[in-house]
Write a protein that binds this ligand. Sequence first.
Ligand SMILES: [Zn+2]
Length: 645
Amino acid sequence: MSATIFFGLRDTLASVTLSQDGRRVEQIAAFDYAVESLEELRAEGARLGLVLDTAPAESSDVLAALQASGLLANFNPELIVFGSMGSPRVFELAAELSGAYLAANHRLLFTSVDAVERKFAIEAGFEAVPHPILALPALAHPASFRYLRFRVPPTEGHAEWRAALRKERLVPFHVTKEEVYAISDSHVAARLDDLGFWVDRLGAPDEPLSHDLYLLRDDLQMESGFLQPDGNSVSVFLRRSAADRVLCSLSGGLLVSIPAGRSPDSFHFHGARHGHNLKLLPSWTLLDVHAPELSLRGGPTFFAESTLAWRLASPLLAAVVTLDETEKAKLTGSITRELIAGFVDRYSGRSAPTAGGRLIQSRNVDHPDNHFAVDVAADDLIRIGAGRLTVRRPTLAIGGRPFENIEAVLPAQGLDGIVIISAHLDSTGNNDPSYRGHSATAPAPGADDDASGMAGVIGAALAILALVEALPAKPRREIRFLLFNGEEEGFHGSVRYADDQRQQSAPIVGLFQMDMIGYDAKPGRIFEVHGGSSISADLQERSLRLAEIVKACVPLVSSGLTPPQVYPGDDHSDPAEQRSDHYSFHLRNYAACVISEDFFPGPGLAPSPDPNPNYHTPLDISINDLFAADIARAVAAALWFAATR
Ligand SMILES: [Zn+2]
């Protein structure tokens, strides 16, 4: 039998990074499984093609980057098709092009991790495959693709089971201490039955081909506790005749499969807090590093990696947090309330980015101004960097549509390791039931969530560059300033970025994420730093150290603030675990913390929190700039300390 197999590129075979102005492809970096997967298919006699969206770059530019990535030679040059991935048209064209080879029994396949791309390919007559490593079995013995949950009988030790799963052709999308959720075919499910795993087939056969998965977290249920009848499932999923969308419930929420391209916003959970919708993207690196039993699994690679993480972090763990007078003066002089207010207004539609120009109405991914906001924030970092920062735009796809994160890098001088300060650049108004993200009449200003964090990242860039200028000692570790897209859609941008960093074994020592640092109504000027992770004690210890560095910086540069509430507290849990972009890094064994206003209850018996009543509504239009500047300055100080000591 002969076959032609087309592939999507972005997120499926490689990461794609654009130039600082977003007009050129700067780099295509093949994923570690990509070349091997393509070569084994060619060895089986399959012809390989590529379906590519060029926008905004020229096709010659894309081809040159593909050549440099080592991927290009695997494809038949006549089967490289350019066009928008947001309609069936490009797939119809691909099917036509492959027609020259069609013979009796010829099979036409399309492989992509993006469910919307697959949906359009199926409409154009393709068989769809949800991941490159599943293409070879799909070619050899067609079988339905399933959502699968693997558990280990409680009588068995955990020593070998992750290694056994690692040998199978399956793509994990969610991993907990006891369970692995993955996509694979019915053959793999049957083999794992035979090995003694407890295997649940979730949803319908081939449902993974046309659906996206979300973990919709039910804060109401979690707060009321076990055997209390509070939760959202009855009201949301029965009332809306949507019961078939729920695959199962697990700790913290409901696993829900949603038709490709539809937003989970229509399933609105009462009592939900930020980060409540987690999009579960298939990610090869999850099974590699999510290993709580460090001594039992992973072999030499994991040991080496864990040791490296500790070696890089160890000076930080020991050092006493101090700053000299010049350092304090530069941080205080750079990050002012006026600066923070100016950038928040600029990003949240209160003032025009260019004199007399238009306002950013919304940074939501469904709104055209998301791209405008990326251009504005990227230009701000380019201008501030004045040649000292390398600005690039790592891309991601959401529902077949291209989006961009923003990355600005200050190179290292003498020490290994990377430290990151970040925020998310997108916004939403979905707490308002009438909100429609794409509508021009539905603004999503997101001043607190998270223009406040964006302004904090900009302030940090200004402060760090001022420090570099003033001091003989340069930051010895690489510093990255990052703005993530698609956080409100389930951490899309940070998942793609962190996955890519993990594949390259990037030595990230720590990430400081600021998410909502601008609301403060109650007295006390209280804020929070979260370092909790239930993934492993090792990871939590490194993350908590980052939180403690922020805390230690408060009296040095922001003495008007109360020392922050540091989580996890005495009850060992952290309500913000999994609630912002830092979680994408935790899942890949990178230390990370999130800094926010007094949003969450606790820790312990702390007074009740001070949540922003305008959270995720069109009313999120202003912040307390003095409060946000004080927090941003303490975080920038922690970043500087982590980069220099
Ligand atoms: Zn947020």
